[in-house]
Design a protein around this ligand. Structure first.
Ligand code: PSU
Ligand code: MN
Length: 306
């Protein structure tokens, strides 16, 4: 193995060697995105959903200073239990958490990096980070967007949360040449809701078409990822007005408490969950599973092209 800090789980390594489908999953959503024990339950259900679709799951995190591609259920339980005590680890943090021999929950950006190191091309999560509302003053723009601009991994998500400025997020992605593809939709989904009012760049309707587009993009040598935007299933979509109300309240509360930087996104997620009496958490679980299933199907089609 090229990098001694990298620890690819045997099942994942075997699948990659045989060009079998593999789906990467992130761990910030476990440690910082959901409360215990929902986080652990959801992470394990996601892995099971990947397997049900004939692919191998690779949940990614830093554990004891090892960049692990494929976690054990003990690792997942530990990350879920420890929650906010685990360092939220983005691109800038990886080397330092590895050097310290500590644990790190990987964001979309750092999960993409881990996936790429291992040779995994498809990754499923809930929502990507983006340009925060008020970024004109704060310059709070998630490192996820830069990562999408440079790292060849497709990220299947339910769009981005309306805690972000979705219009600026899409502008930023356009500037950096990141394609935003709607799965069976022309509209960029807003995480808890299926619609945002903003268009995607392309609409594709089958996992096969998505896999082909990925193959061709990377065959041309065009660096960077792709956002596959998959709307939350209708049955779980939330009411737009009540979500917007909760979001505005949450942003107001964060501001009043001076919460900024990497703490902001986890704070907003937890606050919205409180304000919606847990409805947002149910929606979050449903959309993640939906994304994982789609990612597994894309991975299967992608592997068939290899
Ligand atoms: N959006 C969600 N749930 C999440 C996150 C984003 O709906 O759990 C997490 C992801 O790990 C994402 C990170 O990469 O938050 C973005 O954090 P920041 O805004 O600090 O870049
Ligand atoms: Mn940020």
């Amino acid at each position: 193995m090229k990098y001694s800090f990298l620890e690819v789980a045997p099942q994942v390594a075997e699948a990659l060697r045989q060009a079998q489908p593999v789906v990467a999953l992130e761990s910030t959503i476990i440690a910082h995105g959901m409360p215990y024990p929902d986080n652990v339950e959801t992470a394990l259900r996601c892995e099971a959903a990947v397997r049900e679709h004939g692919a191998v799951p690779a949940t990614i995190a830093i554990v004891n200073g090892r960049f692990k591609i494929g976690l054990s259920s003990n690792d997942i339980e530990m990350l879920g239990r420890e929650g906010h005590k685990i360092a939220k680890t983005s691109r800038r943090d990886i080397a330092f958490i590895l050097a310290k021999g500590g644990h790190g929950a990987t964001t979309v950006a750092s999960t993409m990096i881990g996936a790429r190191l291992a040779g995994i091309s498809i990754f499923a999560t809930g929502g990507i980070g983006g340009v925060h509302r008020g970024a004109r003053e704060t310059m709070d723009i998630s490192a996820d967007l830069q990562e999408l601009a440079r790292t060849n991994v497709a990220v299947v998500c339910a769009g981005a949360k309306a805690v972000l400025d979705l219009e600026l997020t899409l502008e930023y992605l356009e500037t950096h040449g990141v394609p935003v593809v709607g799965f069976q939709t022309e509209e960029f989904p807003a995480f808890y809701t299926r619609r945002s009012g903003f268009s995607v760049d392309y609409r594709l309707d089958t996992p096969q078409e998505l896999a082909q587009a990925l193959r061709i993009k990377w065959d041309t040598g065009i660096q960077g990822g792709i956002v596959v935007a998959n709307p939350i299933p209708k049955a779980h979509a939330m009411n737009r007005e009540s979500v917007e109300q909760a979001i505005e309240q949450a942003i107001h509360d964060a501001d009043a408490q001076g919460i900024r930087g990497k703490a902001l996104t986890p704070y907003l997620l937890a606050r919205i969950e409180q304000l919606t009496a847990g409805v947002s958490l149910q929606a979050n679980k449903a959309l993640v599973l939906n994304n994982v299933s789609l990612a597994a199907q894309i991975a299967a089609e992608y592997a068939a092209l290899t």
